[in-house]
Design a protein around this ligand. Sequence first.
Ligand code: SF4
Length: 373
Amino acid sequence: MYYGDIITNGREHVVLAIDDEHRSGRLPHGRTVLYERAPRRSVVPDAEFGYELLVCRWAELAWRPDGDPTPAIVGRQVGTRRRRWDTVVVEVDPDGLRRRRAFGDREIDRELLGIVREAPADWEWYRDALPEPDYPWRYVREAVHRAADRGLIDERTSADAGGRIEIRRTRSYPDWVRRIVAIENKPDLDASAAAALADQLEYDVDAGLLDETWLATEATDSRLEPALRREIPIEAGIVLTDFETGVDPESGTVAWLPSDLRTAAATGPDRETRRLVLAERVYGRGWRSFHDTMRPDCRHFRLAHTGEAMLPHCAAKGRCPTARECSSSCPSVSPEPPAWRTRGWPIEGGPGKGITRLLERRRDRARYRTLRR
Ligand code: SF4
């Protein structure tokens, strides 16, 4: 069966299945296509990758686990050059996020952020308007063109000013990020993983980018072994997860509350910029972008329900594949035939494209839901 995203008679069906006969291209013209809703089933993956996706979905549904529901967006595997976090939760100001949306749904990267935030209200030569960079101005000029192409700023070449490039802002970049929280995912926590977490947390405190950090681990009789508990830094919160019957808001139980990681030393404009860069990555990518690195166009690739989450599932392996193994070098990879993407096939562009569109649409919906909270 194929799980995907289909629009029939102008109405969107969220997750559906198509039987193998239809996939094979023998769909007669004019015949009503029968779709059936994909069965909901419990899929608790053994790989850390699948666990990470479940934690991301749980965070999206249940944030915050130790307090009132808080508007937040969730990303996966984002970070800096030195540190990458499994799950990142950005708590947002809903009004600020609404104004951020006016800049579009794509990430605004570090170069563009500098221009968007500093662009003046009235036309000005870009070298007067922007702070002196610590790299050549020509790179700034290229970024100015890029920002203007995306409609983030206005740009013109002024004949009066001798052909200089002038810029002005289209709107103010809002203050939309409240807090940034990282979650480390260790489904099978052991002593070495707990010790590694201590090192990572030390870096997090020094870097001063995060407001708090959590550890998510599978529940063992709803408790954590006392010996392991002692290994984990007291600054990290602990949430015990139980995804046996799938993901829902009740899948996580707080076992330890985190400390505030912000220190007096961790302030300043550079910190704010780095936090915004991180938040922008979460905003633009979300956590469902695994389709970018996996092979949704493989005929074995599926999306499988586990409670309120959808995970990748490989029909050939009979489980959730890891992001690394689901690639062109997979021994079982079998690209969908070109015929599946043509001849009026019910899914425009083929099943792989349908899965990609479905995941992207879910990411966008998650942002809208945050605005309604
Ligand atoms: S066969 Fe390999 S490439 Fe295809 S879905 Fe499975 S893991 Fe991915």
